[in-house]
Ligand binder design. Sequence first.
Ligand code: PGA
Length: 252
Amino acid sequence: MRRKVVAGNWKMNMLPDATMSVLEELQTLIEGATAEVVVCVPFTDLNYAYYATQEKKTVHIGAQNMHWEESGAYTGEISPSMLTAINCEYVIIGHSERRQYFAETDETVNKKIKAALAHGLKPIVCVGETLEQREAGETVSVITSQIHNAFEGLEAKDLENIVVAYEPIWAIGTGKTATKEIADDACGFIRSMVEKLYDKETAEAIRIQYGGSVKVNNIDELMSMPNIDGALIGGASLDPNNFIYFAEAALK
Ligand code: PGA
């Protein structure tokens, strides 16, 4: 039985004060929720987020990106050990905004996943097609090559610590959520790929989220689908009152 995982991606939002007060409120609200709750905050909020959550430990903290190298002349970058040094647990890798605006490639995604795992960080690996690719019937081939390249050189046991997020780019921040069937098909396809690349047990264990305009009014139907094990939520995750709903919806 896969434990559902609901993750907020706060993107470039929230100053430390707001982060701490939202997390305080969120922790009280989600007490008792059995879905795993993760909040991925900006780098500058990570330390504050850790201190705001370390007592109750009901919310797991994640970063939104990292470099794969340990250290060096990479101005502006953050290394995996810089994240673990401040108790960060998860890290989003290959978000479409990183791919689109910051030249993230399948190759850098693979390097980052390996570096994250080597440091005990849990990557949330994002894949998904553009609207043009979907309309051209390329969804399956796009996801196939993204997953293939992302997992290159990884062993089955590595996948125990990976969450995959299927995030069609046309659904992110647009208000156009994928239907539950589209989302479940894509997550099911990813699961079948994992079975082909590894084995049935690994495929059944890996957690695959859906992301893209997840809201209070659509999370229930998305979470009711057999292949969807949680959600990666951007805009709607900034409100702690939504989060309790998300955490509960993931369990129905
Ligand atoms: P959204 O973002 O929920 O605002 O569409 C999702 C994401 O980018 O992870």
